[in-house]
Design a protein around this ligand. Structure first.
Ligand code: NDP
Length: 330
């Protein structure tokens, strides 16, 4: 079985030398454990944080050991009650071909209900992130004008569409290519979108949102956050989901220069972690599942094949190679 190890902690952009694809024997499952052959691996921006030693909400990856991440696999041997060979499990031992795990750390998923990869994306962690961040952290309500960055990504594309489906007055998105911008407007039904690489974000946002914004869902940080504060309406809310523009920085990034605008607008900025919102999981699946099944909520996935391309797929997420959820298929 092959698995990806972290060899050294990247400084700035991760380099191939920081990692190795290592061959290891496949262990047999002990009592209560299952052996899974992974089929879909998730690569996510937060993994960059786990490659650093800095204390964060998820423990750093250990050097010289297999990295971890969301994965879906088929059970090929089971010593656990209630789990049979052929079952599919969502678990946390990605970055490898085979995994032995305690069955209590896995959730059964059904390929007849939805395609397996969707349990990592639109119906999985990134979907719940969009749902909880928009509805709970940003206190979205009907009639709001919503701006989301990283809007063609896994979380962002779902934020914009959920806002539309729930009665937003206007939804604006930003993304890093003209092709992505076109997708937002033509396929996902955003009212306006812009390419943040083709001009200052603050100007493009003012143009796209002439009546300001009530909600900003931040996936990016940096210029985007400052621009959003600049366009924030009275009582506006900013949910800080991620700040991908600074994950590879070697120096702390400067903060927004216009924070004082929060005083006059009575604006609120609040960070959140999806892990704190799993109480919304069943409500999320009940509400969003049918939208996905009926095609009212659309999603894309960028699928990269092969364990040998797992690292490139991860780097691709940081570069913006993906449209929608980036997934590695084995
Ligand atoms: P995406 O599918 O959105 O992929 C990341 C995207 O970020 C890329 O496709 C790229 O798109 C964009 N990007 C990369 N660099 C920059 C930059 N410098 N400026 C602007 N955009 C950039 O990933 P996810 O949907 O999985 O995650 C989105 C965000 O949500 C991340 O910040 C992530 O850390 C965060 N997150 C937070 C969670 C939480 O619990 N708080 C849970 C899950 C995700 P483009 O081509 O448009 O540049």
């Amino acid at each position: 079985s092959r698995e990806w190890h972290l060899l050294s902690r990247p400084v700035g952009w991760p380099k191939p030398e920081d990692f190795a694809l290592v061959e290891t024997p496949v262990p047999a499952p002990s009592e209560g454990e299952v052996l899974v052959r992974n089929e879909y691996l998730s690569v996510d921006p937060y993994m960059r944080g786990r490659m650093s030693a800095a204390k964060s909400y998820a423990a750093p990856f250990e050097l010289g050991e297999a990295m971890q991440g969301g994965a879906i696999g088929e059970v090929i041997a089971s010593n656990a009650e209630g789990i049979a060979v052929g079952d599919h499990l969502l678990h946390f031992l990605g970055w490898r071909e085979y995994a032995v795990l305690d069955a209590r750390n896995a959730v059964k998923v059904n390929p007849e209900v939805a395609p397996l990869s969707t349990y990592l994306g639109v119906l999985g962690m990134t979907g719940l992130t969009a749902y909880a961040g928009l509805l709970r952290t940003a206190s979205f309500k009907e009639g709001d004008i919503v701006f989301v960055s990283g809007a063609a990504g896994a979380v962002g594309s779902q934020v914009g569409q959920i806002a539309k489906l729930k009665g937003a007055a206007r939804v604006i998105g930003s993304a890093g290519s003209d092709e992505k911008v076109k997708l937002l407007v033509e396929e996902y039904g955003f009212d306006a979108a812009f390419n943040y690489k083709s001009g200052p974000v603050s100007e493009q946002l003012r143009e796209a949102a002439p009546d300001g914004i009530d909600v900003y869902f931040d996936n990016v940080g940096g210029d985007h956050l400052e621009a959003a504060i600049g366009s924030l309406n009275q009582g506006g809310r900013i949910a800080v989901c991620g700040m991908i523009s600074i994950y590879n920085n070697t120096e702390p990034a400067p903060g927004p220069r216009n924070l004082a605008r929060l005083i006059q607008t009575r604006g609120r900025i609040e960070g959140f972690l999806v892990g704190d919102h799993y109480d919304l999981q069943s409500q999320f699946v009940q509400e969003v599942g049918p939208w996905v099944a009926s095609g009212r909520l659309k999603y894309r996935e960028t699928i990269v094949e092969g364990i040998e391309n797992n690292l490139e797929a991860f780097l691709g997420v940081l570069r913006g190679d993906n449209t929608g959820k980036m997934i590695v298929k084995l």
